[in-house]
Design a protein around this ligand. Structure first.
Ligand SMILES: NC(=O)c1ccc[n+]([C@@H]2O[C@H](COP(=O)([O-])OP(=O)(O)OC[C@H]3O[C@@H](n4cnc5c(N)ncnc54)[C@H](OP(=O)(O)O)[C@@H]3O)[C@@H](O)[C@H]2O)c1
Length: 235
């Protein structure tokens, strides 16, 4: 994949999986039109910060959840920040979007996914793409995912005009490899073009040399950073 000269290696790495994920959820899974309003959970994260910028670039209003320490950044990216630890989070979102929202992008899962579903207006779409809330739960790690799939399927069967999807970056890689690869290439070209022209700014929290990889991983897991921690060659 040719990377435009204007995009350095760390920037390209930052938007590789996260950029394609955000692009595909926004433009393939949902096809959110200009003028709509969406909610992005974890708007300071790698996928979240990319999703916010891509949506703003497409003329979509974004409400982004994040801890207050990241609200300035989330605002600078163009979203309306709300605190995900606020017990009245969903009431606060409803104050901003009185008629409901057109899409919610949820990687948190767990009990809160029900609230994400309830935020949607008629015709709205829930895009679930993870279960961060259950990652430290004891027992079979597949169980929360299976429960989530069952929930999404049940919601999809309701006659209320709303729909629920699970996005999986790797879906189709084994069985339809050529079309999967082609989609990836097309979408990465779009994402890198936006990085090259300055419309999408990869959020790099820190660049840390390979020799300090352990501290890079600790920082990435610390839940304090905005964007991605990138390991770079050298000492
Ligand atoms: N399905 C797919 O194909 C696919 C593709 C790519 C990524 N993913 C998943 O998407 C998620 C995000 O990836 P990423 O690279 O953007 O990660 P990241 O950079 O670490 O960002 C995670 C974001 O989620 C927030 N968060 C984490 N746990 C939370 C919780 N329990 N409740 C509320 N917010 C929480 C974080 O907030 P704080 O900073 O305040 O902790 C941060 O904003 C990961 O779970 C990843 O596995 C799935």
């Amino acid at each position: 994949m040719p990377v435009p000269d204007a995009v350095d290696a760390a920037a390209a790495e930052t938007v590789l999986v996260n950029g394609i994920t955000a692009w595909q959820m926004l433009h393939r899974t949902v096809k959110v039109p200009t003028g709509q309003i969406i909610v992005v959970l974890g708007a300071n994260g790698g996928v979240g910060s990319t999703l916010v910028q891509l949506a703003r670039h497409a003329g979509i209003t974004v409400i982004g959840t994040a801890s207050p320490r990241h609200h300035t950044l989330v605002r600078e990216l163009g979203a309306i920040p709300v605190d995900y630890r606020d017990p009245d989070l969903y009431a606060r979102i409803r104050e901003i979007a009185r008629d409901g929202v057109d899409a919610v992008f949820d990687h948190v899962g767990g009990a809160g996914v029900e609230q994400s579903w309830q935020l949607l207006r008629r015709g709205g779409t829930l895009v679930s793409y993870g279960t961060a809330a259950t990652k430290d739960e004891e027992g079979n790690s597949r169980l929360p995912v299976l429960k989530l799939f069952a929930r999404l399927a049940a919601w999809n069967s309701l006659p209320n005009g709303k729909s629920a999807h699970f996005y999986n970056f790797w879906a189709g890689k084994r069985r339809r490899q050529a079309s999967w690869q082609q989609r990836m290439n097309e979408d990465l070209i779009q994402v890198l073009r936006l990085v090259a022209d300055g419309s999408l700014i990869p959020q790099i929290a820190k660049r840390i040399p390979l020799t300090e990889a352990a501290s890079a991983l600790a920082l990435a897991e610390s839940r304090t950073v905005a964007g991605k921690v990138v390991i770079v060659p050298g000492t």
